[in-house]
Design a protein around this ligand. Structure first.
Ligand SMILES: [Zn+2]
Length: 320
């Protein structure tokens, strides 16, 4: 599903085509895509028509379109949503179209029907529970340390939790944990100070690189607003790479279910225990493992947040 880098790509590439335009009319052919006013196509249409788009931004995985009357249209693409500037040729998946004053149109396609649109006075009604933006100035390694403290959950499900940190999904959590050298089943409160700094740097560098590459088009679900694919799929280290050699050590990348989600990792590079209890190897170049303090993560690392039985990964994604 589209994650922070894909949504950021959508926002950046749509912005010059939307801001300053008037929405002349809106067509919605499937009422359930309107989350607010719930399933009410006439009220949604009246609320956006003849309104100027004054801004376009992102929070977590949400696209936020500001209208001149200080109301907002929010989109969540969920599994398969696409915001496009031209028709795709799959009319059966087209849910919403905005006609714009310059003759342009904004198309919202959603094949799996998990995507949603809101028209709200206050975006916090929808966004209020989101955790910090991982690329914001406020998201420092110290802030991450405070967030991780006292959390016994496994890193994988914790980083996927949008209330913990906003915008990460399955691809970039797996890639961040690989880059940080941390096992996805590690308990959050067993990380050393050094590992927290590494995790923070990994999250930010993974996201920035993916934004620079216009996102990941892995399964054909995500395309950029003018129909092009992203390029980050060529730069993935472990996500979707099960059975291939780890780009760092050559060990076969594994896939297993962690917290109910398919998870890709290198069993050699990603350590299960705090360094000092050697189960994997460190890649920080300046570390002497013999001098590292011995932590106490062995038992507590088995404790994680409960997976959600009965929810398929697709349903879980849709629930976020
Ligand atoms: Zn490796």
């Amino acid at each position: 599903m589209p994650e922070l880098p894909e949504v950021e790509t959508v926002v950046r590439e749509l912005r010059p085509h939307l801001v300053g335009r008037v929405i002349l009319d809106a067509h919605v052919d499937w009422a359930r895509i309107i989350a607010q006013p719930a399933e009410d196509i006439p009220r949604f249409r009246a609320g956006v028509s003849a309104h100027t788009i004054v801004g376009l931004t992102r929070r977590g995985k949400y696209v936020i379109l500001g209208l001149h009357d200080a109301r907002y249209v929010l989109f969540h693409l969920r599994m398969s949503g696409r915001l496009l500037l031209s028709a795709l040729g799959q009319p059966q998946h087209l849910r919403t179209v905005f006609d714009l004053s310059d003759g342009g149109r904004l198309f919202f396609y959603c094949q799996r029907k998990f995507g949603r649109v809101w028209l709200v006075d206050d975006p916090d009604v929808v966004l209020g529970d989101l955790g910090p933006e991982p690329l914001s100035a406020a998201f420092t390694s110290d802030a991450l340390r405070v967030l991780l403290r006292d959390r016994r959950a496994m890193l994988k499900p914790l980083l996927l939790n949008q209330r913990f940190v906003a915008g990460l999904g399955n691809i970039y959590v797996d890639e961040s944990l690989f880059r940080a050298g941390l096992h996805p089943r590690r308990a959050a409160n067993t990380l050393t100070a050094e590992e927290i700094v590494r995790l923070h740097d990994a999250i930010q560098s993974v996201l920035r690189q993916a934004i620079d590459h216009h996102g990941t088009t892995f399964d054909g679900m995500f395309v950029r607003p003018q129909g092009e694919a992203g390029r980050q799929q060529e730069g993935l280290s472990v996500y979707g790479q099960a059975g291939s050699p780890c780009p760092r050590c050559g060990t076969t990348v594994e896939r297993s279910i962690v917290g109910g989600r398919g998870t890709h990792y290198c069993p050699q590079c990603q350590v299960m225990l705090p360094q000092g209890k050697l189960m994997g190897r460190s890649f920080a170049p300046d570390q002497d493992e013999r001098s590292r303090p011995r932590g106490d993560g062995a038992r507590s690392s088995e404790i994680g947040e409960r997976p959600q039985p009965g929810l398929s990964p697709a349903m879980e994604d849709a629930a976020r």
